[in-house]
Write a protein that binds this ligand. Structure first.
Ligand code: ADP
Length: 254
């Protein structure tokens, strides 16, 4: 957060710098299964963010001492490419990237049926090719699909989206300029069936009421993104449609 305001983030018509309304998501594009060499992959464009997720596994744990007797070890690496930001970013892992790798892993782990693969590892790689705020959330959305694409049994999907506060108003899905000049940012990840919030962080400050509004906005947006995730899976695996039809509660004929 930066307290020195340079740009008006909301104009007299209530529109934001990129023309969005306060509760409007950036355009999202999702593609599943785009890398041949990885076991699973997905590509997400969320506004100007461009993010690639790849999954390897389940495979034998190496080195062996990291193995866990009753479930797979899930590892995650979030990395921003040196060309992903305006100023060249150092390719060396930063403290921020280490933190994001941890919180992204923790937000996905509850959805992964790791108990099916004792002594194995599941590796998740998130490469941010272009960053424009909200990369941890878009990374979660992509990684969740890459896990499915790798054939790893999942309890449910996980989708991420942040909300925050700009020019004194609660707003959904902040872009980079809004994130830098705004007053708060609240990244959230939501599990698709149980509605468990598996990521909740906050930068800046919000009143209790604003917090409630921002959280609700993020949850609603995660549900929309989850629909897009399902659509992307349908595009790749037509079989998903059949599974879904089976899951639909049967109509009761009186
Ligand atoms: P998130 O991407 O999840 O919102 P942050 O709030 O830490 O994570 O970062 C917000 C945005 O700031 C990033 O998406 C990126 O656009 C920019 N950013 C982060 N780290 C760097 C960096 N080292 N160099 C340039 N820009 C950065």
């Amino acid at each position: 957060m930066n307290n020195h305001k340079q740009v008006r983030l909301i104009d007299e018509n209530g529109l934001r710098v990129d023309g969005r309304k306060l509760d409007e998501l950036r355009p999202i594009k999702i593609e599943v299964g785009i890398l041949d060499k990885a076991d699973g992959s997905a590509y997400v464009e969320h506004g100007k963010n461009k993010i690639l997720a790849a999954v390897y596994g389940p495979r034998e744990a190496h080195p062996k001492h990291i193995a866990i007797a009753d479930r797979a070890v899930v590892r995650c690496r979030y990395h921003m490419a040196p060309f992903s930001t305006e100023e060249r970013k150092s390719p060396a892992p930063s403290r921020r990237e280490l933190e994001l790798s941890k919180v992204i892993r923790e937000s996905l782990e509850p959805a992964i049926m790791s108990e099916y693969f004792p002594r194995a590892t599941i590796d998740i790689f998130i490469e941010v090719l272009q960053a424009d705020a909200g990369t941890r959330c878009a990374g979660i959305t992509a990684a969740s699909l890459a896990l499915v694409d790798a054939g790893i049994p999942m309890r449910e999907l996980v989708a991420g989206c942040a909300a925050g506060k700009i020019d004194g108003k609660v707003a959904l899905d902040l872009s980079d300029i809004e994130d830098k000049q705004g007053e708060a940012d609240l990244p959230v990840a939501l599990m698709s069936k149980s509605n468990v919030i598996s990521l909740l962080q906050m930068d800046g400050s919000l009143t209790e009421e604003e917090f409630g509004q921002a959280l609700q906005m993020s949850i609603d947006a995660c549900r929309k993104i989850n629909e897009m995730q399902r659509e992307a899976l349908r595009q790749k695996y037509h079989v998903i449609q059949a599974i879904q039809e089976k899951e639909e509660p049967a109509e009761v004929n009186a």
